[in-house]
Every structure is written in structure tokens, then in C-alpha cells.
Design a protein around this ligand. Structure first.
Ligand code: SF4
Length: 509
């Protein structure tokens, strides 16, 4: 899709909506003049600088699918080019009033563009014109303003064009989150995130900071990384003396790809600095079954880890092989049983819907297998296609249609989780999600992942240590400031003092 757009600050909204309607296609967004120049080998005559009403420009720029012109005076005129039998026609679709810089105008514009794209494709999107990654934040804001359920649902539908099903889900989750967050003290409490950017192998869809553990271990880099991380943890502890740590989350990468000794050293450091037995939740992602051993699980248990993840993504062995997980479903079952034997009573399992070639029957099979294990949480992800992942290449070779996330697969996963006595407790969306759906965490009563809610609702400061992590300071008035750590492991090790200084700056007052 080639889209001509005259206002840069609308690019994100236009790109997000266009790509949601045309999944698997790259939206190319440029100014009309840039398209014109391209079509005319660089020539840009006086006509091209003329206004959008000049039909000559549109006729010449026949490499454009959609032209959006947002007038400075506040009115928006959108032209759609219909290419039929080689003839291009120009049509004025609607006029919107108001200043283009207001939130209201942007919101009306998104609904307007949604209407055009819906007409073009004949599709409706489950989340309507809502492109943000935190839909529950909207419902939570409205709840905090004291709005009744019906008013919240009406707002989600009329302002954002969200479907009935997703509006109800959003409200259900926001109410549950509110109950959990009301039990915390956001202004005094913080959460601590620790990133371990190593994995046994790289998954097809991965876009996280992840390095192959075996080669980094051979070069002694993993221990160097841990030493730098310990230094950062110590300094952060000094810096955050006045706060209480509510939750600790060790993620990655795959933290369980470290050796039992390295995990012991890491958790000993955390325990030396914080009263881990007193935190409300202490999670370690033991994500990949090919990295889990009884010894590692025992080390985690000994250090008061209260919640772990054993992530299958799917229980279909053929798919696991295809996505480069280097483990099979039996290893997932064995790791899960081992974790129960060691005493973990809060185990999450991550799933991904829309994996290459997976059918509704495959999702049903996975849910049945998980039901036999009876975990405490299931997090259902919709596959997100990130440019940085190998999945992009895979799609180029095999076509977009191999990814098949539908209402049906979403329903199978949701009903499967609910049939295990779980309820949805957090939700987020990502860009370029297969089927344009969402990721939802389901949990049994009392087993909600508190850190997951905190990171999505952005109501508490999260201090993050390790390569590629992001610290977010949340102020009392809701303002958020962030500082990033570099992603590259070697750079992180060599610049550790700079990473610590960035945090000092952030928490100076
Ligand atoms: S386990 Fe997670 S972080 Fe590691 S390669 Fe796979 S997707 Fe990436």
C-alpha cells in the first residue's frame, strides 16, 4: 500500500491502521510530492507543489493507493484513488471539522480512515480504530473517573469502534486489575526487572534482545555479563533505598539458560540486597523446556522464587521444530512435572496463536494437553510479525497465509483457559499482530501475575537492570520518564557505569 500523507505527526496512526487492514503488506508512506517525483524520474514541476485539488497530480502519481491531505485550517479531505481498467478516478469522501492538532480531531480522523479502509477491504477489526497497545488503560481511566459499566462500554464502541466482545473483555480485565492494584501502594512501591539476554537458540519470531548462550559461555562473556549486572543491581539498591520492592521479575531472553551455579549467584545477589521473602511476587522465566533442570528449579525454590514460566508456545512437535525451539512437547511436560515436584504452585505457560501452519484443531490439541498439566496461568499471545525477526524472511518465502490466527482460534484458547477455572487478568496489543487480536493473560484466583499488570498499566516505577532493558519512572501525576540500557551485551559490560549514571539522573530528585 502506497499512501501519500501531508502531516508527519499522523504517520504512526495511518501506518498502524493501514497495516491492520492489509496484514503482510508494508505500508509505504511519503508526501505526495515525493511520490510524484518518483513517478516522474525526479522532476518536480510547479503542479506538484500545488494543492491536492489538482487532479493532474493525482493522475500522474498513479503509484499511490490512498492520498490523505489534512488541511492546516482544520478540515480534512481524503481522496481515494480507484484503479479500475487502468483508469484512475479521484473521489472526495468526507470533510471533518476542527483543529487537526486536538485529540478529538485525531480520534475523529482515525474513525474516518477506519471507515474508508473498511469499505475498501470489507473487513471489521476486533479492536476497531484503537491502535494503542494498552486498551485496558482506557477502561481503567474511565473506571477511575467513576463511569458506570454501560458508559465505559459505550465509549469504547463509539469513540474507538471496538467490538462488543473486546469491549466487554477490556472492561472485565480493567475491573480485575483495579482490584489488584488497589492493594498496592504505587507511590512508595517499585518493581525490579532483571534481564538475562541469553537463550539456547533463536526462535523464528524472536525480536527480543537474545544471544546464543553456548557461544557466549565459551568466550566467558556470560560471567562478565553477570558481574556487570551485579554491579548495576548493587548501585540500584543504593539509589532506591526509600522505596519498597513489590515485585521482582527475572526475564529475558531465557534466564534458565544460565547454569545452576550462575542462577544461584544471581539469586543470591538479589537476596543479599532485598528481603525477597517479603516481596509480593518473585518471578523467574524458566521459559524454554530445553534449558530447565531439576537442579536449577531447586535453586530457584531455595531463593524464594514464587512464580515461574514454562512456555510451550504450542504442543505440536512439528511446529516446535519449525519455529526453532529445540525442544519437544514431552520435554515441556517433563519440565512442568519437575517444577510441581520441586514445589512451585504458581506456574505460567505461554502460548502463541497464529504460528505457521497451525489450524484450529492444533490449538484445540494444545489446550487439551495443557488442561492435563493444569497450570496456574496461561498467557495467550497472538503472533506478532517483527521486522527484526527471522519470521519476516519466512513469510516472504512461504506467504502470509501460513499464519492463521482467527476468531475461532482465539475462542478455543480463551474457552480452554476459562474451563480450567482461569479468568483474564491482563491484556496488551502489539504492532503487526496476526489477525489484529491481542495478548491475554489468564490466571486462577490468587495467581495473577502482578508484575504483568504493573508493566501494562504503567502505574508504578519499574527499575530495570541488564542489557536491553528499559527503566520507567512513574510520577504521582502519571507522568512517565524512561532511561534505556544498551542492547549489545559487550557494550553493556563496557559501559555499565554509564548505564548506572543514566539511572542516577532519572532518580535525582
Ligand atoms: S526464548 Fe524468547 S527471547 Fe529466546 S529466542 Fe525465543 S523468543 Fe527470543
Amino acid at each position: 500500500m502506497n499512501v501519500a500523507l501531508n502531516k508527519e505527526n499522523y504517520e504512526y496512526d495511518v501506518r498502524s491502521l493501514v497495516q491492520s487492514f492489509y496484514p503482510g503488506q508494508q505500508a509505504v508512506i511519503k508526501t505526495l510530492e515525493a511520490f510524484y517525483q518518483e513517478a516522474n524520474q525526479g522532476r518536480l514541476d510547479a503542479d506538484a507543489n500545488a494543492n491536492m485539488d489538482n487532479s493532474n497530480i493525482c493522475a500522474t502519481a498513479d503509484n499511490i493507493d490512498l492520498i490523505i491531505d489534512i488541511k492546516e485550517g482544520g478540515a480534512t479531505v481524503t481522496y481515494l484513488l480507484h484503479k479500475e481498467d487502468g483508469n484512475i478516478s479521484q473521489e472526495s469522501l468526507e470533510m471533518l471539522g476542527g483543529s487537526s492538532d486536538t485529540k478529538e480531531f485525531k480520534s475523529a480522523f482515525k474513525r474516518f480512515l477506519y471507515g474508508i479502509l473498511k469499505e475498501q477491504t470489507g473487513k471489521d477489526l476486533p479492536w476497531g480504530a484503537l491502535i494503542g497497545i494498552r486498551p485496558t488503560k482506557i477502561a481503567m481511566d474511565l473506571l477511575n473517573k467513576g463511569l458506570a459499566d454501560e458508559e465505559i462500554l459505550r465509549t469504547l464502541k463509539s469513540r474507538y469502534l471496538v467490538s462488543d466482545e473486546k469491549s466487554n473483555l477490556c472492561l472485565e480485565i480493567a475491573k480485575r486489575e483495579k482490584g489488584i492494584l488497589d492493594g498496592l501502594t504505587p507511590e512508595k512501591g517499585i518493581s525490579l526487572y532483571i534481564g538475562i539476554p541469553f537463550c539456547p537458540s533463536t526462535c523464528l519470531y524472536c525480536s527480543f534482545t537474545s544471544y546464543p548462550i553456548t557461544s557466549y559461555e565459551k568466550k566467558g562473556i556470560v560471567d562478565q555479563y553477570l558481574n556487570a549486572l551485579f554491579h548495576e543491581l548493587e548501585e540500584v539498591h543504593e539509589l532506591m533505598q526509600d522505596y519498597t520492592v513489590d515485585t521482582i521479575y527475572v526475564g529475558g531472553g531465557t534466564p534458565s539458560s544460565l547454569s545452576a551455579e550462575q542462577i544461584d549467584a544471581l539469586l543470591s545477589k538479589v537476596e543479599e540486597l532485598y528481603d525477597v521473602a517479603a516481596v509480593k511476587e518473585f518471578t523467574v522465566e524458566a521459559g524454554r523446556a530445553d534449558s530447565i533442570t531439576r537442579e536449577k528449579l531447586e535453586v530457584m525454590k531455595r531463593h524464594h522464587v514464587s512464580r515461574i514460566s514454562v512456555n510451550p508456545q504450542t504442543m505440536k512437535d512439528e511446529t516446535l521444530k519449525l519455529i526453532g525451539r529445540h525442544h519437544n512437547s514431552q520435554q515441556v511436560k517433563d519440565a512442568f512435572h519437575m517444577a510441581r515436584e520441586v514445589g512451585f504452585d504458581n506456574i505460567n505457560m505461554d502460548l502463541i496463536l497464529g504460528l505457521p501452519g497451525e489450524t484450529p484443531e492444533d490449538v484445540s490439541f494444545t489446550m487439551d494437553e495443557l488442561a492435563k498439566l493444569d497450570p496456574d496461568n496461561i498467557t495467550v499471545h497472538s503472533l506478532a510479525i517483527k521486522r527484526a525477526s527471522k519470521l519476516g524472511e519466512f513469510i516472504k518465502e512461504n506467504g502470509y497465509d501460513v499464519l492463521n490466527n482467527t476468531d475461532e482460534t482465539m475462542r478455543i484458547a480463551s474457552e480452554g483457559a476459562r474451563s480450567l477455572g482461569m479468568h483474564p487478568y491482563y491484556l496488551y496489543r502489539q504492532k503487526n499482530m496476526s489477525g489484529n487480536f491481542e495478548n491475554t493473560g489468564f490466571a486462577k484466583e490468587g495467581k495473577n501475575g502482578i508484575y504483568n499488570i504493573l508493566i501494562m498499566e504503567e502505574v508504578q516505577t519499574i527499575v530495570a537492570c541488564g542489557a536491553g532493558t528499559v527503566t520507567k519512572r512513574v510520577y504521582g501525576d502519571g507522568r512517565i520518564e524512561r532511561c534505556d540500557n544498551v542492547k549489545d551485551v559487550m557494550l553493556y559490560i563496557s559501559k555499565i557505569d554509564e548505564m548506572i549514571d543514566r539511572k542516577r539522573q532519572l532518580f535525582m530528585d
